[in-house]
Design a protein around this ligand. Structure first.
Ligand code: PLP
Length: 222
């Protein structure tokens, strides 16, 4: 199927109020332009360098979502270029973001990434460590938390629904508490293989790559 057919299909399947982020990692400028011309303005990248190169070459009204693991030493490059950081998951990273955004008097809009499957190989914070991170977030001046992001372990329908439900419960729990610098507005969960389940469990932002662009080829530079 063509890129445009894929997007049409996905937009037909998800309710209108759910934001579709087109995950453009490894994709060429031409491929991204095709999606852009369709009207999509939210694009997700997982590497800082790749995102910055594309940001320079493409239209300035694109909202860039940094969805991959963010290393502290890369934070300085993204200030003013990222619409939303999806992958805040530790205090040291938080402090670096606060420091670099403060220098430019800008606000970093972020989501907290939750490692809901407790996978050692995965990024994201464990739910039991959330309190410590929130304690630090409340002291920030240049960081705003707008919600949560999760990548769940691969599994069947029941397993997926269960993980998404757990993230939604956490999201709802945090929504009820009044924290400084935190408001639960965005629940970023669901990728090509599981977005239908994520949407069923209350996601309002899905990050879809292969479902739009076709299979990724990691040997090709974006
Ligand atoms: C690559 C990636 C996606 C998109 O994955 P697809 O399977 O291509 O839809 C979503 N979220 C994150 C964090 C990713 O790195």
């Amino acid at each position: 199927m063509s890129i445009l057919k894929n997007i049409n299909k996905i937009l037909g399947e998800i309710p209108e109020e759910i934001k579709l982020v087109a995950v453009s990692k490894t994709r060429s400028i031409e491929e991204i332009k095709e999606v852009y011309d369709f009207g999509i303005r939210d694009f997700g990248e997982n590497k800082v360098q790749e995102m910055i190169l594309k940001e320079e070459k493409l239209n300035k009204d694109i909202k860039w979502h940094l969805i991959g693991h963010l290393q502290r030493n890369k934070v300085k490059y993204i200030v003013g270029k990222v619409y939303l950081i999806h992958s805040l998951d530790n205090i040291n990273l938080l402090r670096e973001i606060e420091k670099e955004y403060k220098k430019q008097n800008l606000t970093a809009n972020s989501l907290i990434e939750i490692n809901i499957g407790r996978e050692e190989s995965k990024t994201g914070i464990l739910a039991e460590n959330l309190d410590e991170l929130i304690f630090e977030i409340e002291k920030c001046e240049n960081v705003k938390i707008l919600g949560l992001m999760a990548i769940i372990p691969r599994g069947d329908e029941i397993a997926c629904l269960n993980y998404f439900k757990k993230v939604k419960e956490l999201y709802d729990r945090l929504s009820k508490i009044k924290y400084k610098n935190i408001s639960m507005k965005i629940l970023s969960m669901g990728m090509t293989s599981d977005y239908k389940y994520a949407v069923r469990e209350g996601s309002n932002m899905v990050r879809i790559g292969e479902g739009i662009f076709g299979k990724r080829n990691y040997n090709r530079e974006g």
